[in-house]
Design a protein around this ligand. Sequence first.
Ligand code: NAD
Length: 312
Amino acid sequence: MTATARIIDGKRRAAQLRHDIAIGVERLRDETGIAPKLAAILVGDDPASAIYVRRKGEQAAAVGMESESHRLSTSISQDDLLALIDRLNHDAAVHGILVQLPLPPHIDKAAVLRRIDPGKDVDGFHPVNVGLLASDSETVDGRIIPCTPMGCMMLLADELGSLEGMNAVVVGCSNIVGRPMAQLLLQARCTVSIAHIHTRDLPELVASADILVSAAGAPGLIKGSWIKPGAVVIDVGINRVPNADGDGSRIVGDVCFDEATARASAITPVPGGVGPMTIACLLENTLRAAIAMTAERRHDTDMASDRQSQFA
Ligand code: NAD
C-alpha cells in the first residue's frame, strides 16, 4: 500500500501555539502587571491524572504563566471540594480553574463543573459555556471552547483553510470531545454527522466524510477502506494496546493508521497529533480568560473613577 497522506504534525503546531501564547502573556504582563494564573484541582491519586496535572503546570510555567495545583485526598467530601472551587472563583489572582477528571464516584461531577465560575472555566465544560458554544457563532463573544476540539479545529484550519460546505463526520458524542467538536464544525459551515456506539452503518457514514474526526476510544475502529479518498482524518483516540510480540504496550488511535495513509489526504498520527494540542489550547483559554477578566476589571475601575468624579 502506498502512503500518500500528509502527516499532520501536532507537536510542531502546539509548539508554535505555545510560542504565540508566551508573547501574549508577556504583553499582558507589560501592560497590566498581571500574569495569567491556572489553578488545577486533582482528587485522588490516579497516576495518569497526576501526570496530566504536572504537565499542565510545567507548560504553564514555560509560557510565563503562574499555576497552582491542589491535590486532594480521594475521600474529600463534595462540600469541601465545592468550598475550594468557591475560594478559587473569588481569588482575583486566579484566571483559570480546572478539575482533573475523572472524579471519585461519591462526587457529583456535574455539580462540581457547574460550580466553577464560567469565566474561569478553561476546560469549557460549564453549562453556560456549553450553551454559548451551541449558539450561532456570529452572535456570541467571549465563550470558552473545550481544549481538544479547539486543537482539532486549528489543525483542520491549517490543513484546509475554509471548511465551508464539507461533509464532516464525528465519531463519538462525549461532552468532552464529540459534541463540542460537532458544534465547532457546524459553526465552520460543515454538514455534520455524529456517530456513536449505536450508529447502524458506521462504514457507510465514514465513507461520506470529507473531514473525519474519530473520538471513540476504540483502537483500530476505523478501517482504511472506509475512508473517502482525499479526506482529512483527525484521530483523537488514545488507546493503550499490547505490542504484537506480547512484550510491553504502545499507544494507538482509533484509525488503522497505515491503511488510512493510503486513502486520506492528511492525517494526524497518534501519538504526536491531537494530543499535544490539548494542553496548548488549555493555556490559550487561560490567557483569553485573563485578558477578559483584566479588561472587565479595568472597565469597572474606569467606571468607578467616572462615578467618583461625577460626585466630587
Ligand atoms: P467517551 O468514552 O466519553 O466517549 C466515547 C464515544 O465514542 C461515545 O460517544 C461512544 O458512543 C463512542 N463510541 C465508542 N465506541 C464506538 C464504536 N465502536 N463505534 C462508534 N462509536 C463508538 O470518550 P472521550 O472522553 O470522548 O474520549 C474518546 C477518546 O479520545 C479516548 O480514546 C480518549 O483517550 C481520547 N481523548 C484524547 C484527547 C487528546 O488530547 N488527544 C482528549 C480527550 C480524549
